[in-house]
Design a protein around this ligand. Structure first.
Ligand SMILES: NC(=O)C1=CN([C@@H]2O[C@H](COP(=O)(O)OP(=O)(O)OC[C@H]3O[C@@H](n4cnc5c(N)ncnc54)[C@H](O)[C@@H]3O)[C@@H](O)[C@H]2O)C=CC1
Ligand SMILES: O=C(O)C(=O)[C@H](O)COP(=O)(O)O
Length: 382
């Protein structure tokens, strides 16, 4: 069996090696010629799995994507060829929440407030938005939840409309998939009218997909009135993103919100399990046996820090979003935007999730336990 696998997929040899010959290629170099002889194709979000890619395939019978999002995969084209498919739902959702917390703590610090003084609107309350809600609520942050598909299925209790979020939230976090048609389409869900509806002072964060937000309209709003704080991890037309918008954005990162090693490894394991099930083979490898220990394992904290100061310290020790902002700015300068954007993603530094870091509290800091646990750290008493 021949497997063609994106070279950014960790542990591919350990999980898939026994199935046959592995060929690794950068995701953007996976084309119809490369796919022609593959039996199994495993991609990330930068490979468009569409008619053009599949046209020359002679033996392909399974495609996996080690990502949550599936908007780069034409499911109809796969179904028409009877090609099996799997994605990795939720694999890097914790990493996206780590990204959001790191970003929101930073903008609140700049504004001289703490996060629990802000009301957060979460649009798209699935694996990412749901986890974000749990962590924020545990930190005492009021949240407004907007998810019309869920409200339709589960009842409207606990959910609000998008208009309510735009009117009442201080911070709006977008975590929707890109859906181009149907009753709950999300393409330009935040269009010009809705972007103009945002209250002055609002923090707007998009870590779903770039096209869920009309970038040109955001650029126009910020050009007219620079009264929003924008945090964008995802963009229209990646990697050749709009430089004028990039310059207006307060936290601009190259689609790396979910790029923890943990999230990527979980994605590999989930797709491995799906492939083995598809082939009718037993699952022999488990992530728990393969994952390397985190490089930063333990922080010891004693008396001296207030709650939010301690949170900022621990969050930044584990993941500081400024690293990714600066990397994009630097690589853009060196290589140009599109190449710089891709370079940052392809050469992404080691990042582990908050849950991999043990925070050991001394006797003077025990009152920090509920807060640090709420943020997602593993807290012990030293
Ligand atoms: N920036 C990054 O690195 C990453 C981005 N993502 C993106 O985030 C998206 C969401 O991820 P998950 O939460 O894991 O997906 P999910 O499928 O678990 O949840 C998505 C939620 O959005 C809701 N939704 C759909 N249409 C909506 C609409 N019109 N308005 C409001 N809510 C709507 C759904 O009902 C669902 O509850 C992914 O599809 C992917 O595109 C995911 C991982 C990493
Ligand atoms: O899982 C998703 O969906 C994502 O957006 C990924 O975090 C993006 O990662 P790449 O597959 O583009 O490396």
């Amino acid at each position: 069996m021949r497997l063609l696998i994106d070279h950014q997929i960790p542990l591919a040899e350990a999980f898939f090696g026994e199935l046959g010959a592995l060929r690794r290629l950068p995701g953007r170099e996976i084309d119809a010629t490369a796919v022609a002889d593959a039996d199994i194709l495993i991609v990330r979000s930068v490979t468009w799995v569409d008619e053009a890619l599949l046209a020359g395939s002679r033996r392909l019978h399974f495609v996996g994507t080690c990502t949550i999002g599936t908007d780069h995969v034409d499911r109809q084209a796969l179904d028409a060829r009877n090609i099996g498919f799997a994605s990795a739902p939720g694999c890097n959702a914790e990493a996206v929440v780590d990204y959001v917390l790191s970003s929101l703590l930073l903008v609140c610090e700049r504004e001289g407030v703490e996060l629990d003084a802000r009301r957060v609107g979460i649009v798209g309350v699935g694996n990412v938005g749901g986890r974000l809600h749990r962590r924020l609520a545990a930190l005492g942050v009021e949240c407004l939840l907007c998810d019309p598909p869920r409200a339709e299925k589960e009842g409207a209790d606990g959910f609000v409309s998008l208009d309510t979020v735009l009117e009442q939230a201080d911070i709006v976090c977008l975590h929707t998939p890109l859906v181009v048609d149907g009753p709950h389409a999300t393409h330009h869900l935040l269009d010009a009218a809705r972007i103009h509806q945002l209250q002055p002072g609002t923090v707007l964060l998009n870590a779903g997909r770039g096209a869920c937000l009309d970038g040109e309209a955001l650029h126009e709003r910020l050009a007219q009135r620079a009264d929003l704080t924008a945090i964008l991890d995802v963009w229209e037309r990646e990697p050749a993103i709009d430089e004028a918008l990039w310059q207006q954005v307060d936290i601009a990162t190259p689609h790396i919100a979910g790029h923890s090693l943990d999230g990527k490894m979980r994605g590999t394991e989930q797709v491995y399990q799906a492939v083995m099930q598809y082939l009718g083979l037993p699952i022999r490898h488990h992530l728990v046996d393969l994952a390397p220990p985190p490089a930063l394992q333990r922080l010891v904290l004693d008396a001296g820090y207030g709650v939010w100061e301690a949170l900022r310290l621990c969050v930044r020790a584990c993941y500081d979003v400024r690293r990714d902002m600066m990397a994009l700015a630097g690589e853009r300068q060196r290589l140009g935007m599109a190449a710089g954007f891709d370079y940052c993603r392809a050469n992404y530094p080691l990042r582990r999730e908050f849950s991999t870091l043990e925070i050991a509290l001394g006797p003077g800091a025990v009152e920090l336990e509920p807060w640090l646990s709420a943020a997602g750290f593993r807290v012990t008493m030293s």
